[in-house]
Design a protein around this ligand. Structure first.
Ligand code: SAH
Ligand code: TYD
Length: 390
């Protein structure tokens, strides 16, 4: 597989980096993870193109999380808020705007620069145990550590959790949210599996890993973001007993078969079937002379395109709102990426919703496409065309 966010410059002479994408499940701790993770420095750097603030729904989501984080702080104590993977400052901008002590830890210069301009103090670094110790030394303990869609990006989860344990104040909380493995399993969201997602977290696995680092999982709350996420709250072990929600999620995960090997084999079979169905739909439509485009040059789409061998013969181009992706080609399959503002100038007959996790926002905004006869294609949780043709 190529790297999901390594968009290619047309005519570029250098060969694309590829790696073996393979997922495994650990019988002992329950963690689902990539067997051969790619070095983080290859993925997160000055040309990293993903900016969090591309979605108004996500902006609102993180504004609310910032408000909830602030509400838990004791402002008389001059508390410190640390965010791991602060990206373009989508969350910390609200903490900074309140004049609170804060620090973002973010290795990708491309996005950290955007956060700087919003007044967010950002340390260019990969969060790990040693960086956490340096932050502790310089700023003192953190009353709140927050992270979203980044803990699953860190190959050395143990080092990250050890870092949290060092940096967290005695009364502090570590709140993080990640795509939820049970949701990936239930919706057969094979496209969530790619280089940046090293671990696929569940309540059971997080509880086990936290235990090993003197932390305990005290709450887990499902989130609608990114197709189904889970927000975990960790505290130093022994501070408070877990919410009943934790046991409820654990029971549900057992009922879903997360502890059975057969569950994982069945997932692969469903994923293969789904990919074949998706490809044959595209082939049928192309054979009927239909013009098909993609919407959202997502990192997720890299897996489904490359696994399914779907290239520019089937999907002519992909529209996306991220300037850094415009004029480039999608990794591996080399489908041209165009600005989403061009979509309405040249509506295709069908548009594949690669950013399916932003369905409401995108389909709501692009109503004219359907009004003029266009149809969306989705492939999660099933291959479907909507609205159905009359
Ligand atoms: N929190 C944001 C960004 C998620 S994308 C959101 O939910 O939208 C993941 C971000 O984590 C990227 O900006 C990437 O550069 C950063 N990242 C990757 N590994 C990291 C690490 N070890 N420590 C801190 N940030 C990391
Ligand atoms: P997203 O699904 O958030 O994540 P990932 O890349 O990790 O799979 O991807 C968002 C992509 O979709 C990003 O490249 C921007 C694009 N996008 C649009 O083009 N228009 C939109 O309205 C939204 C919400 C996203």
């Amino acid at each position: 597989m190529p790297l999901a966010d390594a968009f290619v410059e047309p005519g570029s002479a250098s060969e694309e980096f590829t790696y073996q994408l393979q997922v495994a499940w650990c019988r002992t701790c329950g963690l689902v993870q990539l067997t051969d993770p790619v070095s983080p420095a290859r993925m997160f750097h000055d040309a990293y193109p993903y900016t969090s603030s591309i979605s108004t729904v996500m902006m609102e989501h993180f504004r609310t999380l910032a408000t909830e984080t602030i509400a838990r702080l004791d402002s008389t104590q001059d508390p410190l808020v640390v965010e791991v993977g602060s990206n373009d400052g989508i969350l910390l901008r609200h903490i900074a705007a309140r004049g609170l002590r804060h620090l973002g830890v973010e290795p990708s210069e491309s996005v950290a620069r955007v956060a700087d301009a919003l007044g967010v103090t950002t340390r260019r670094a990969f969060f790990c145990e040693s960086v956490a110790k340096e932050v502790l030394e310089e700023h003192g303990p953190a009353e709140a550590i927050v992270a979203a869609n980044v803990i699953s990006h860190i190959p050395n989860l143990s080092s990250a959790l050890a870092g949290v344990r060092h940096l967290l104040s005695k009364t502090g909380t570590f709140v993080f949210e990640e795509p939820y493995f049970a949701a990936i399993l239930e919706s057969t969201a094979i496209d969530q599996i790619y280089d940046e997602h090293v671990t696929y977290l569940s309540v059971g696995a997080v509880a086990n890993c936290a235990d090993r680092h003197g932390l305990s999982l005290v709450d887990a709350v499902a989130q609608p973001t990114h197709g189904g996420s889970m927000r975990y709250t960790l505290q130093r072990a022994g501070r408070r007993s877990p919410s009943p929600r934790v046991a409820e999620h654990l029971a549900r995960e057992a009922a879903l078969g997360l502890k059975n090997e057969t569950t994982y084999g069945a997932f692969k079979e469903r994923a293969d079937l789904r990919t074949r169905q998706f490809r044959s739909l595209l082939e049928d439509l192309c054979a009927r002379g239909m013009r098909i485009a993609g919407y959202g040059a997502t990192a997720k789409s890299c897996t489904v395109l490359n696994y399914g061998g779907i290239d520019a013969r089937l999907i002519q181009c992909v529209y996306d709102s991220t300037p850094a992706k415009h004029g480039k080609l999608t990794p591996g399959m080399h489908i041209p990426v165009k600005p989403s503002r061009d979509f309405c100038k040249e509506y295709p007959d069908y548009a594949v919703l690669f950013a399916w996790n932003h369905e409401r926002e995108i389909v709501g905004r692009e109503r004219e496409f359907v009004a003029l006869g266009g149809r969306w294609i989705a492939y999660v949780p099933d291959v479907r065309v909507f609205p159905p043709s009359l």
